[in-house]
Design a protein around this ligand. Structure first.
Ligand SMILES: [Zn+2]
Length: 380
């Protein structure tokens, strides 16, 4: 097979590091086409969006009558979840329970942002702490598995814990900060964005590389929450940020002025592990820059110019000295030596296809959802 010549989109900065990207005659990529043709026409943040937002709010309030909370919001302290918390309370008039999952990697800034929001909005916060020995074993197993998706343990922990809690307490509405404004360009799964929580994949990684049983670690499979929780239990995921004007810089300013919330240097920097993984491990070991998708979303939605994005991506977010210190911190935190972490870093890269998985069936499920217009972002 001949290697494909390098190409970068003439409008955003997605490029051939996504092996399946395609370009039209003007050099525009299929992510841009998907945004123009599939997302933009149905994305309304004007009075039509507001009307819809208020209708949804009325429905959630009615379903929650007589209960302590009418919905639940997973709060990481990052921008999307913080801003949606503000919208849910102040614009929708909801009574959310804020739910935080502590996987052991919170930055101080994330913790402080959560405290400020909780105090400022007068809401209740419930924090669930993941068993650190199991978390550590899961993370080490993923590192040994050499897959690109090193955020699998944190993502699994955060979403599964939230779903389990909502189910146990019979909370029907889950509010998420998921949005088009900063995430319309979804990174391809080769870059470690595996679509959904796949128990088969996780248990195979555990069988091959785990060293202790993962007894308490929460794992709710993608088909359980997409089918059973949704259609049998009637649980609904609501995405209010697609119905209001959501401009990243304006949201940061608003949260700062109202609550003393502090903005992060970049998306996902609320977790010290994710910051290290996306700024160091992923680009240097696998050659994938998740920021390429983050910035492309901002270009498509008119919040950043292509030149600004090219300038930012030409160097890491954090400086070399900082990243070296973080390398040591991650090794220490996982109770391995810096040399052991270095050996894992230098090991041969693999993909989720080297493990048992349900990727084919997840693909079938998401094509069905796209056909019915339930998913507009490009999954492949
Ligand atoms: Zn593009």
């Amino acid at each position: 097979m001949t290697k494909r010549a390098y190409q970068i989109c003439s409008r955003c900065i997605m490029d051939t590091t996504d092996p399946n990207i395609t370009f039209d005659g003007r050099g525009r990529c299929d992510y841009c086409h998907n945004f123009d043709e599939s997302i933009k026409p149905s994305w309304r943040t004007d009075e039509r969006g507001e009307r819809e937002l208020l209708e949804i709010a009325a429905k959630i309030k009615k379903a929650g009558e007589g209960k302590d909370f009418d919905c639940i919001i997973g709060l990481s302290g990052g921008l999307d979840s913080s801003f949606v918390t503000y919208i849910a309370k102040e614009k929708m008039g909801l009574r959310p329970l804020l739910f935080h999952v502590d996987g052991g990697w919170n930055t101080d800034q994330a913790v402080s942002n959560i405290e400020r929001l909780v105090d400022g909005l007068g809401l209740d916060l419930f924090t669930e702490v993941i068993d650190w020995e199991e978390m550590r074993d899961f993370q080490l197993a993923c590192l040994k598995a050499q897959i690109a998706d090193q955020d699998l343990p944190q993502d699994t922990a955060f979403f599964s814990t939230l779903y389990k809690f909502a189910r146990k307490h019979n909370i029907k509405h889950i509010i998420t900060g998921s949005n088009y404004s900063t995430e319309c360009c979804r990174e391809p799964e080769e870059w470690g964005a595996y679509p959904g929580i796949d128990r088969t994949l996780i248990m195979d990684i555990h069988a091959k590389h785990g060293t202790i049983p993962w007894k308490t670690f929460p794992i709710v499979d993608v088909f359980t929450y997409k089918i059973y929780y949704k259609y049998v239990l009637g649980m609904e995921v609501v995405k209010p940020l697609n119905l209001v004007p959501y401009i990243k810089s304006e949201a940061e300013t608003l949260l700062g002025e109202k609550f003393g919330w502090q903005k992060f240097q970049h998306k996902h920097h609320e977790s010290r592990f994710t910051r290290f993984y996306e700024d160091y491990w992923m680009p240097r070991k696998f050659g994938y820059e998740k920021r390429r998708a983050h910035f492309s979303s901002l270009i498509m939605t008119g919040q950043m110019t292509r030149d600004q994005a090219l300038e930012r991506i030409s160097k890491p977010e954090m400086d070399e000295h900082f990243l070296e210190r973080e390398f040591e911190y991650v090794a220490n935190k996982l109770s391995i030596s810096v040399d052991e972490l270095r050996a894992l870093f230098d090991g041969p890269n693999k993909t989720f296809n080297d493990y048992k998985n349900k990727r084919y069936w997840i693909g079938v499920g998401s094509s069905v959802m796209r056909r019915f217009g339930l998913e507009k972002r490009l999954f492949r």
